[in-house]
Design a protein around this ligand. Structure first.
Ligand code: ME8
Length: 530
């Protein structure tokens, strides 16, 4: 990002989520990466940037073949249904991606074949014999030393010895280059703890060549010059970030425009692929590297990472469709962004969601907006009042908090820290509620001599709500947009976010219903248990 952290019209910004494995049991943890990326993409768009936001699905590999065999469908029938489910979920959660890539898309398949061939022609891929420990659910080979208690270090399931003729990628040639990359660009991989993990677990022991084709897996991209081989699923998956932009396709203008990516966002369990293997492939292809790889933490449920296999066994209380339909997409987005400290793990329970709903969304933001709007209606007929001679200490304090917290939001978002940014935004709302307690507009309204002071207070509240809602919009798009629209604001940007008085005196504001009706937590918990 450049120097002006508030507004940079036209600057390019490319953000990606990992491509998701097909699953017909999508859980709340699955939504996390996309919700973070959506908040960042929306925020950056409001900074005037030209954003390209990519998500999609990772549809090849042994796991799909197994699921298809069980379901009695063709691969594409099985996948199309699941992909529809993903698209519906993203729509429900207001995920504003620009492109959805499927690794079964023809252009992707052809581009992966061309990439494989180029790496082979350049001598980075060679043929050999593979004997290794393979975890089928994770589609990963492991070395003996990487296993934990003899099992897959990612999912804890058993691994099996597999041996076959295979192609290899010369990953071992990249150890020093990747170490240099981290050294020269300390912010390439974040948070910092992930750098230590990569260095200690993989780079210091020295990278091993990577098996990049399988003859036993049929559902995948065939190696075009040796078709009994199928491209290893990660070598098929990682290039989605460039094939989606037209790399090795007919038109690569998007690639010219947006590559390298500003940030690849993902969960920490797949950082190894993105911070070691992916840069090595890009170096081998002579392409620029992404500016940042960020490995976020996990949503923890019942003491461990919420995963697809685990979600299968749990009641629907972590079903994002049910939670978003009952409590709004904004509430689901809020609990994910606020409860999982960005970069770390965070616990989820329904109590946490419902308590956050009542205390932050309903009592703090919702109540501030509804009290202010109803007072404005009562005292000024919903007309934006003019400020004159505002010498209240409380007003100065409010404006200072609003502008300081606004600046902090932009500082935090420079590092994509969505959790801290949200906390700052809610500090603005808390301060505005305190301002009402301190200034007591309801008492002022009884005293004709305080009419102007009352006007000042109401105007300060409206402007605070405007700025707070403008900041909130990328995170909770529905409620913030309703509020902004009621204030007569559409197509809001951050161009003048630091101007405190931006509304026009004399304008009528529109009525606004209750944004977050208070919930009876016990009743809701009971409903979710069913
Ligand atoms: O890994 N908490 O796909 P995926 C937080 N296909 N994030 C979670 C989570 C949880 N409990 N569970 C899942 C893949 N995620 C590969 C990627 S990219 C070239 C290939 C996140 O469907 C996970 O960390 O298993 C990842 O960022 C995303 O969901 C998709 O995971």
């Amino acid at each position: 990002m450049s120097d002006n952290i508030y507004y940079n019209k036209g600057e390019k910004f490319y953000i990606t989520t990992p491509i998701y494995y097909p699953s017909n049991k999508l859980h709340l943890g699955n939504c996390y990466t996309n919700v973070i990326c959506d908040a960042i993409a929306r925020f950056v768009r409001k900074q005037g940037k030209d954003v390209f936001y990519l998500t999609g699905t990772d549809e090849h590999g042994q796991k799909v073949s197994q699921a298809v065999a069980n379901a009695g469908k063709t691969e594409m029938e099985y996948l199309d249904e699941i992909i529809e489910g993903y698209k519906k979920l993203w729509e429900l959660l207001n995920i504003s991606y620009d492109k959805f890539i499927r690794t079964t898309d023809d252009y992707h398949v052809v581009a992966v074949q061309k990439i494989f061939r180029e790496l082979y022609d350049k001598g980075y891929i060679y043929k050999g014999e593979y004997k290794g420990l393979y975890c089928t659910p994770c589609e990963s080979f492991w070395t003996e030393s990487q296993l934990v208690d003899g099992k897959c270090p990612d999912c804890g399931r058993p691994v099996s010895v597999q041996s076959e003729e295979a192609y290899f990628f010369k990953l071992s040639a990249f150890t020093d280059k990747i170490l240099k990359l981290y050294k020269d660009n300390p912010k390439f991989l974040q948070p910092e703890a992930r750098v230590n993990e990569m260095v200690n677990n993989f780079l210091k022991p020295g990278l091993e060549d990577l098996c990049v084709s399988r003859t036993s897996v049929k559902w995948g991209v065939p190696v075009d010059f040796d078709p009994k081989h199928t491209v290893y699923v990660w070598i098929d998956a990682l290039p989605n970030y460039i094939t989606a932009l037209g790399y090795k396709g007919e038109d690569d203008s998007l690639l010219q425009k947006y590559w390298p990516a500003d940030v690849h966002m993902m969960g920490k369990e797949i950082v190894r692929f993105h911070a070691i293997i992916w840069p090595a492939i890009l170096m081998a292809l002579d392409l620029p590297l992404p500016k940042k790889v960020f490995g976020h933490g996990w949503l923890i449920f019942g003491g461990g990472k919420l995963s697809k296999s685990k979600a299968d066994g749990i009641k629907d209380c972590i079903d994002p469709y049910i939670l978003a339909s009952n409590y709004s997409a904004d509430a689901v987005r809020y609990v994910l962004l606020r409860e999982i400290p960005f970069g770390s793990d965070g616990n989820y329970t329904n109590e946490i969601l419902l308590n956050r709903f009542n205390s932050d969304l309903s009592n703090n933001y919702g109540n501030l907006v509804s009290r202010t709007f109803s007072m404005l209606k009562k005292y000024f007929g919903s007309i934006v009042p003019e400020v004159k001679n505002d010498d209240l200490e409380a007003s100065k304090e409010l404006k200072t908090v609003v502008l300081d917290e606004t600046k902090k939001v932009f500082e935090y978002m420079k590092n994509y820290d969505v959790t801290k940014a949200l906390a700052s935004i809610f500090n603005i709302f808390s301060q505005a509620n305190k301002y009402i307690e301190k200034t007591e507009p309801f008492s002022m309204a009884k005293d004709e001599s305080k009419k102007q002071a009352l006007a000042n207070v109401m105007r300060n509240l409206l402007e605070t709500i405007r700025i707070g809602s403008s900041l909130l919009q990328p995170f909770l798009p529905e409620c913030a947009e309703k509020t902004l629209n009621a204030l007569g604001i559409t197509n809001d940007t951050y161009e003048n976010i630091l101007d405190f008085y931006a509304l026009k005196a004399g304008e009528q504001i529109s009525p606004l219903g209750i944004l977050f009706p208070r919930l009876d937590i016990a009743v809701e918990l009971e409903k979710l248990r069913k």
